[in-house]
Design a protein around this ligand. Structure first.
Ligand code: FAD
Length: 392
């Protein structure tokens, strides 16, 4: 089961959330052929899954103009539940969904009427693939140090530099790019741009093979000219836009981690309840029971932290960013532990290439790094403690 019905029944969620969770679980079960053999060609599989997600309405929330479905664009609880359900089913399914949502969200929140009209409807249909480009070869955690230059000229801006580790980099039709325009020092001198993939001067650099295959590439900008109206939001607001998106999406990474961990747990439980050992079942051994008890505690804690963060964000709580970091940190670190414990339950069988546990063991690792590593989350959480504990 992708979801814990007891957690869904808590007052964090409304009946529509429970319904969405049930629907995504059934959809994944009925459409598993979409991600069969997805690791052989992640670019093609990513696009195939994206189109199917769009066709079946799972991306509708990315287009607020589309009516009641679209009006849920700001609903973090739905985003989290969809990621949890998709991640339970398949890594690439979650990846295709989450990167499209990550790329569309800044347009939903900061795009002008024309930008929203041009891009959001095809993004919600899955016919236009998006990507969000912050990281560079020399800049990762320290976003304020972004070096890609966007120099102003009479017609607009000229971009020169590079981006690195861009999810959907090789297949995206549209990039949301954060570049240095220099309105102020550091974080104050960054601007967000919308850059169609066919813009002259933008080329896809090297494709990067990862521990878990996904569409992933570096980008190069050489005298890449953009009109003034490609600015998203206002000049100088790029850092704020990037942080706002990351703050909203960190909790969703935690939700995906729960999906991966729950899938591993279900596989390991089924193995332990069937495997004969010492004249009984493996699950009857006390140390094995203790492993599953620890997992259950960790899964509950992670799901509650994600639910709290998403609920806080949906209410507009100013502390939501802190809770998003807490949820990501706890859920991803513990999901790593859970998947590892499940491999241990399987013994040698847990290490067989392309088995469920071996795949999850590779797939879970990047969640502790992207959208702010665990160390970055700790800095944010500690930073939120402010003046607490200071002597009066
Ligand atoms: C699967 C995946 C998808 C990605 N997708 C995208 C994408 O679509 N768009 C995009 O822009 N980027 C993307 N990235 C890049 C990702 O955002 C960066 O990898 C991440 O921000 C960390 O940056 P870095 O790898 O350069 O590590 P660095 O910033 O060099 O950090 C290296 C290590 O130092 C640690 N560290 C950093 N600060 C501190 C500190 N203050 N104290 C102690 N330790 C610290 C970090 O935690 C890390 O362990 C993706 C990465 C992965 C793995």
């Amino acid at each position: 089961m992708s979801f814990d019905a007891g957690i869904l029944a808590l007052p964090f969620y409304e009946p529509r959330h429970v319904q969405r969770a049930q629907q995504i679980e059934s959809w994944c079960a009925e459409n598993a052929e979409l991600w069969d053999d997805s690791s052989a060609d992640p670019d093609a599989a990513g696009l195939r899954i994206l189109r199917a997600l769009g066709e079946h309405g799972w991306l509708a929330a990315l287009d607020p103009a589309a009516g009641p479905e679209g009006s849920a664009a700001g609903d973090c609880r739905s985003l989290c539940l969809l990621r949890e359900g998709l991640a339970y089913a398949d890594d690439l399914a979650d990846f295709a969904f989450s990167i499209q949502a990550l790329a569309a969200t800044p347009i939903v929140r900061h795009g002008n009427e024309e930008q929203q009209r041009r891009y959001l409807a095809p993004m919600a249909k899955g016919t236009l693939c998006g990507a969000f480009a912050i990281s560079e070869p020399d800049v990762g955690s320290d976003v304020a140090a972004i070096g890609l230059r966007a120099d102003k000229d009479a017609d607009g801006y000229v971009l020169n530099g590079a981006k690195a580790w861009i999810a959907n980099g090789g297949i995206a039709d549209l990039f949301c790019v954060i570049a240095r325009t220099g309105e102020g020092p550091g974080a104050l001198g960054l601007t967000a741009f919308l850059v169609p993939a066919d813009t002259p001067g933008l080329t896809v650099g090297q494709r990067v093979p990862l521990i878990a295959p996904r569409s992933f590439a570096d980008l190069e900008f050489t005298d890449c000219r953009l009109p003034k109206d490609s600015v998203l939001g206002r000049p100088g607001a790029g850092f704020v836009i990037a942080m706002e998106v990351l703050e909203r999406f960190r909790m969703t990474v935690g939700a995906a981690a729960i999906g991966f961990a729950r899938r591993a747990t279900d596989a390991a439980l089924s193995h332990a309840k069937n495997r004969k050992m010492y004249g009984a079942k493996q699950f009857d051994l006390q140390l094995v029971k203790a492993t599953f008890a620890d997992i259950e505690v960790e899964l509950n804690a992670a799901a509650l932290l994600v639910a709290r963060a998403a609920w806080a964000a949906d209410r507009g709580d100013p502390a939501a960013a802190k809770h998003s970091s807490i949820a990501k940190l706890y859920a991803t670190e513990h999901a790593q532990h859970i998947v590892d414990a499940c491999v241990q339950v399987f013994g040698a069988a847990g290490l067989v290439a392309d088995s469920v546990t071996e795949r999850l063991y590779r797939q879970i690792r990047s969640l502790r790094i992207y959208e702010g590593s665990s160390e970055v989350q700790k800095m944010i959480i500690a930073g939120s403690l402010g003046g607490r504990g200071r002597a009066k």
